[in-house]
Design a protein around this ligand. Structure first.
Ligand code: ATP
Length: 300
């Protein structure tokens, strides 16, 4: 039995271009892995099975329990790559909100690849794992890598960047998940005349991260999908306002609906968490970043 842990991600910058011929949008993004985790445990079995249980006060009902679960798809893909037909029992302990824009499914896929590679003693190269990850989803290669990274292509081409600080996030989930494709459709509707290039001043961001100044990073957080997500879900404006009133820098996570507040210290993060709860919010977590990519935590 093997357990691999994988982290949620935020996009400190998310610049989106017009859709490509294959329907995907070109992205330039700066990913950061934050300390909300899913633990994926795999064990030998004759047939595939999946269970999903929350690690805290989390609604996991959106995660499928059949072979459409991305952790199983990852296992099948890995087996296919090596020309073997094996199955496994997969148990997911979920700490990452489902359909929250935090790439929880991608974390499970990455963890499943690493765990099954070990369980089946396949010794897949890092290069091949990254290639398989990219076939599973745009955010899966970053879930393998962790830390902080530049993502290009549709997000699947990742390159680590230096991020020596410790950043504190207040994570505000929302009970109603959002569909990423729908948010992209709204983005296209709102931006019919995008030029052919995605612009992102990456060098600026490496300097910002190196400065370890939360105000500077706060002023540089930017998500091109935010307007589209808020256009579909005007109710999220209130979360933005509440975090603003409590002095946090705000960022919508990926395609939403999770909002993040960047604050200066761990202590302040816990205060803001409490103040948001006093305002009626539920399921708020404090997280720090950057943290490691998918890694082994238990082997019996
Ligand atoms: P993304 O931004 O990558 O689209 P997200 O972070 O908003 O995703 P996820 O939690 O990754 O949201 O889930 C997106 C959808 O993927 C879910 O609504 C669910 O139907 C499907 N899914 C498949 N496998 C999983 C899994 N292991 N955990 C969560 N969702 C899964």
């Amino acid at each position: 039995m093997i357990t691999v842990r994988a982290a949620a991600k935020v996009n400190l910058r998310l610049a989106v271009g017009p859709p490509r011929a294959d329907g995907f949008h070109p992205l330039l993004t700066i990913y950061q892995a934050i300390s909300l985790y899913d633990d994926v445990t795999v064990s030998e079995a004759d047939a595939w099975s999946v269970t999903v249980e929350p690690t805290g006060d989390l609604d996991c009902s959106g995660a499928p329990l059949d072979e459409s679960n991305i952790a199983v798809r990852a296992g099948r893909l890995l087996g296919g790559h090596h020309g073997i037909e094996r199955a496994a029992a997969i148990r997911i302990a979920k700490g990452i909100p489902v359909a929250g824009g935090l790439a929880g499914g991608s974390a499970d896929a990455a963890a499943s690849l690493v765990a099954l590679d070990r369980l089946w003693e396949l010794d897949t190269s890092d290069e091949d794992l990254l290639r398989l990850a990219a076939q599973l989803g745009s955010d899966v290669p970053f879930a393998l890598l962790g830390g902080t990274a530049l993502g290009t292509g549709r997000g699947e081409v990742v390159e680590p960047i230096e991020d020596p600080g410790t950043w504190w996030w207040v994570v505000v989930p929302n009970a109603t998940g959002m569909s990423t494709p729908e948010v992209y459709r709204e983005f296209d509707r709102l931006n019919p005349d995008l030029g052919s290039h995605v612009h992102l001043r990456v060098h600026d961001m490496t300097g910002v991260l190196r400065a370890r100044d939360f105000r500077l990073l706060g002023r540089n957080l930017e998500n091109d999908l935010q307007a589209a997500a808020l256009s579909l879900r005007p109710d999220l404006d209130q979360t933005d306002t509440d975090l603003f009133e409590l002095g946090a820098y705000r960022l919508l996570s990926g395609s939403g609906p999770t909002f993040l507040g960047l604050v200066e210290t761990q202590e302040r993060a816990h205060e803001v968490r409490q103040q948001m709860m006093d305002r009626g919010y539920r399921g708020i977590q404090v997280a720090t970043g950057p943290v490691a990519g998918a890694h082994l935590v238990k082997y019996i």
